[in-house]
Design a protein around this ligand. Structure first.
Ligand code: SF4
Length: 161
């Protein structure tokens, strides 16, 4: 029910409200890091709910950069690939291209049920059904969609490892 409410024309508004309500603490997190961790976000064929939740992290309600992260627009500048969606067969080549463009030390993070195991879009003639059966991921963030604060907390936990 919650996932349904978040879709449609008001989804950005809901994302903003959630962000305001759930602004996480960044106390003591990654501020002393030499440089921020570069995040490249790739949507590969879901409903885009997870993609929008990640987008909302870029807003002022979440101190993404203070937490030690920056969203980049070039895979060559990225440390972590955040992938949403069930990996459609059409998108598979793009995923491979982005991954290869990233520098050594890269990590793959599945955000949302679709990216983890296909969620409501299991493997079929059109989709590969998520990353879990295809390749090792460094971190799977479950949810449909996971809330922005859950995504940020998972990234912060990963950064501490
Ligand atoms: S996990 Fe849910 S919210 Fe995320 S892309 Fe898939 S269907 Fe949409």
């Amino acid at each position: 029910m919650n996932a349904l409410r978040r879709t449609g024309p008001l989804s950005l508004l809901y994302a903003f409200m959630d962000a305001r309500r759930w602004r996480p603490s960044t106390e003591g997190v990654s501020v002393g890091r030499e440089r921020p961790i570069g995040l490249y976000v790739l949507e590969t064929g879901g409903c885009e709910g997870c993609f929008m939740e990640i987008e909302s992290l870029k807003g002022s309600a979440f101190a993404l950069e203070q937490a030690g992260f920056v969203c980049v627009s070039d895979p060559a500048d990225a440390d972590w690939l955040l992938l949403t969606g069930a990996v459609t067969r059409v998108c598979a080549e793009m995923v491979d291209r982005v991954w290869r463009a990233m520098p050594p030390g890269r990590s793959l993070i599945a955000v949302g049920a679709c990216a983890v195991d296909g969620g409501p879009f299991p493997a079929s003639y059109a989709t590969l059904g998520g990353l879990q059966a295809l390749t090792p991921v460094r971190r799977a963030i479950p949810g449909c969609p996971p809330a922005p604060q859950e995504i940020l907390q998972a990234l912060q936990e990963l950064a501490r490892v």
